[in-house]
Design a protein around this ligand. Structure first.
Ligand code: NDP
Length: 445
């Protein structure tokens, strides 16, 4: 049995029931075989065993009081996965589906993604099974303050720098930062995605979505192609989806459908993003509203049907496993040419197989395609440390350069190992090489 397979089998046996973590580890480790074979010293140093075991896992209780005086208790998580190349860095997710398996899958992916940015950031992830939907502002604040009252002792500007993710946007980051500052009496870059009035970076909010479109545009450019006139589907209608849609439209794409967790809207004339922003960012309402406001569009209950709409470009930007094998097959049958992942692990292993085996489909996996968010978080950290504030043009230009570099790095890593055009292998290998080298340099720690 190969070293990789043995580590994978052990990982599954020692972390029972963690299906998302198993899925991510399988996807990553199997693609690393060629690197492992080229470096027999890794097995002796138990490199993969250490790489797949978090350096530290913090689980805590988050009690809070709702507007009616009822006490609730949620679970809090922070997985500090790997600090070989820099302080732990990765978002916080507040969603009822959060459990240790989800946080570990996200943390493992984050290590490689952060490495791909070329910036000095390690991998971590955290969150809670708290559901922000339907909560008042005061309840959100109470929850965030309670969460930070435990988390503060484990993080720091040079130790671990969390950010937002699903359910954690500007409002939540503000409350979390306020409580950290109050307890520690330090105004430092301990969280990214901060508001512009208290140390945030321009373009951070837009960065994941913009970066996704920049890397896709580079893949297109290398093939003499562009977004111009491309029928595009962007799933989700949160932070990543909205700014992916904006940049794709700026580059000439026609985005025809988006969804939230209840259902999708289809607008053959092209999605009016200002209406989506009003519904989602201002009113925090359901996407269904769009069809009531925009003549010629329609709303369909349920999400899955979105992938049966013919398109040239699919940008899944909502959540894990939103595209299964069947949806992937429908996309391919309808002639999709580019699939680039804004969400983390939006394609199941079956779906990835379908995309990889289809001729003429360029498939850009999440850890490369959505790295623009964390890359800009690292730029926010740099501005915080230097007490500097860069212009939007400056940050946007750096983001674009980073995404173009990621594309070429994953392209050349795949080619170097004889898997040209396989960006799953390219991204995993290019991300892993740097982390492995640093871990080997540090000795057995
Ligand atoms: P948001 O909370 O802003 O938006 C999430 C969107 O996805 C919402 O429209 C939500 O719908 C929808 N959604 C959530 N769960 C489901 C589901 N089970 N089925 C269908 N739709 C669902 O999150 P973000 O935009 O920040 O994050 C989206 C994805 O991108 C996540 O996978 C995240 O990990 C990833 N990501 C985010 C980064 C960032 O900078 N924010 C960076 C890199 C990756 P509803 O409104 O109904 O909840």
């Amino acid at each position: 049995m190969s070293y990789v397979q043995r580590v994978l089998d052990d990982l599954k046996a020692r972390n029972p029931g963690e299906k998302e973590f198993h899925q991510a580890a399988t996807e990553i480790l199997l693609t690393l075989e060629p690197v492992i074979n080229a470096h027999p010293e890794y097995e002796k140093a138990a490199l993969l065993e250490r790489f797949t075991e978090p350096e530290r896992t913090i689980l805590f209780r988050v009690p809070w009081v709702d507007d009616n005086g009822n006490v609730h208790v949620n679970k809090g998580y922070r997985v500090q996965f790997n600090s070989a190349i820099g302080p732990y860095k990765g978002g916080l997710r507040f969603h009822p589906s959060v459990n240790l398996s989800v946080i570990k899958f996200l943390g493992l992916e984050q290590i490689l993604k952060n490495s791909l940015t070329g910036l000095p950031i390690g991998g971590g992830k955290g969150g809670s099974d708290f559901d922000p939907k339907g909560k008042s502002d005061r309840e959100i604040m109470a929850f965030c303050q309670s969460f930070m009252t435990e988390l503060f002792r484990h993080i720091g500007a040079d130790t671990d720098v969390p950010a937002g993710d699903i359910g954690v946007g500007a409002r939540e980051v503000g409350y979390l930062f306020g409580q950290y500052k109050r307890i520690r009496d330090e105004h430092v870059g301990v969280l990214t995605g901060r508001g512009l009035s208290y140390g945030g970076s321009l373009v951070r909010k837009e960065a994941t979505g913009f970066g996704l479109v920049y890397i896709t545009a580079e893949a297109m450019r290398m093939r003499g192609d562009s977004f111009e006139g491309k029928t595009t589907i962007v799933s989700g209608s949160g932070n990543v989806a909205i700014y992916a849609c904006q940049k794709a439209q700026e580059l000439g794409a026609k985005v025809v459908a988006m969804y939230d967790s209840n259902g999708y809207v289809y607008d053959p004339n092209g999605i009016q993003l200002d209406v989506i922003k009003q519904i989602k960012e201002v009113e925090r309402a359901r996407i269904k509203e769009y069809a009531a406001r925009v003549p010629g569009s329609k709303y369909v209950e349920g999400c899955k049907g979105i992938w049966t709409i013919p398109c040239d470009v699919a940008l899944p930007c909502a959540t894990q496993n939103e595209i299964d094998g069947e949806s992937a097959a429908a996309l391919v049958k309808n002639g999709v040419k580019y699939v680039a992942e804004g969400a983390n692990m939006p394609s199941t292993l079956d779906a990835i197989d379908v995309f990889q085996n289809a001729k003429n489909v360029v498939y850009l996996p999440a850890k490369a395609a959505n790295a623009g968010g964390v890359a800009t978080s690292a730029l926010e950290m740099a501005q915080s440390s230097g007490r500097l504030f860069w212009s939007a043009e400056e940050v946007d230009a750096k983001l674009k350069t980073i995404m173009v570099n990621i594309y070429h790095n994953i392209e050349s890593a795949a080619k170097r190992y004889g898997f040209e055009g396989n960006y799953v292998m390219g991204a995993n290998i290019a991300g892993f090489e740097k982390v492995a080298e640093a871990m080997m340099a540090h000795g057995i720690v």
